[in-house]
Design a protein around this ligand. Structure first.
Ligand code: ZN
Length: 227
């Protein structure tokens, strides 16, 4: 038996084969298998458990030999350990956080083009929000300006908000997605993985790092006041 699951380690939907299992009857009607499963893509192990009505028990035998693949979302009261939660880098402005999580959702469902489009949109929002990190109204007026991503990246560099290496990398990623040319980007799985990796680092550099530094500074300031 195997399950189709969105992996908590590699964030891709892949097939998890059952390596071993233990079953437990917990009331008159229900029976619960606990399966140790391994992701086909990254080979990390997880635990899957779900409920089976005792009337259907005969469908679930010889887990290791059985070649049926069940969709995790269709199992009753299923649990996955470790749980798969979509996360975004810390200290992102809320609109950017939402866009990034939408990108992650599409990435985890193997919708490469949609994910690439949303990662590139996140990079664009990041360019805008980095210029006015604490002012949503200012960000809105900046985003209303018609300007392509190339120019926005160059401006960040000119204002000293990103390094030259990061600027060059951003241009390579932007060209990869052809974001400036089409309404919908062309990106396969590998392209999307590159765009995702860059996007995560770009957001961490522009928001997470300054956010962490600021909160540490505030803590040190508060200490000074106390002493
Ligand atoms: Zn995996």
């Amino acid at each position: 038996m195997a399950f189709r699951i969105n992996c908590s380690y590699c964030s891709t939907t892949s097939i998890f084969k059952v390596k071993c299992y233990h079953t437990k009857t917990f009331d008159r009607l229900n029976w619960r298998p606990y399966c140790f499963v391994v992701c086909d893509n990254c080979e990390n192990g997880s635990l899957v458990s779900f409920n089976v009505n005792s009337g259907y028990q005969h469908y679930y035998t010889d887990f290791e030999k059985d070649s049926v693949v069940y969709d995790f979302s269709e199992l009753r009261e299923a649990r996955l350990v470790p749980e798969n939660k979509l996360t975004a880098p810390e200290h992102l402005p809320s609109i950017l956080n939402d866009t990034y999580l939408d990108a992650e959702f599409n990435f985890s469902s193997s919708r490469w083009k949609a994910a690439a489009q949303l990662y590139l949109q996140s990079i664009e929002f990041a360019c805008i929000a980095a210029k006015a990190p604490h002012d949503e109204i200012e960000s809105q007026s900046l985003s209303a300006q018609r300007m392509d991503l190339t120019k926005r990246i160059n401006i960040l560099f000119d204002e000293g908000l990103i390094t030259e290496r990061m600027k060059n990398w951003a241009h390579k990623i932007r060209v990869l997605g052809q974001y400036h040319k089409h309404r919908y980007v062309e990106a396969n799985e590998d392209d999307t993985k590159d765009i995702r990796e860059f996007c995560e680092l770009f957001l961490k550099y522009l928001f997470t790092m300054p956010g962490l530094i600021q909160s540490r500074e505030e803590r040190l300031e508060a200490r000074k006041v106390q002493s």
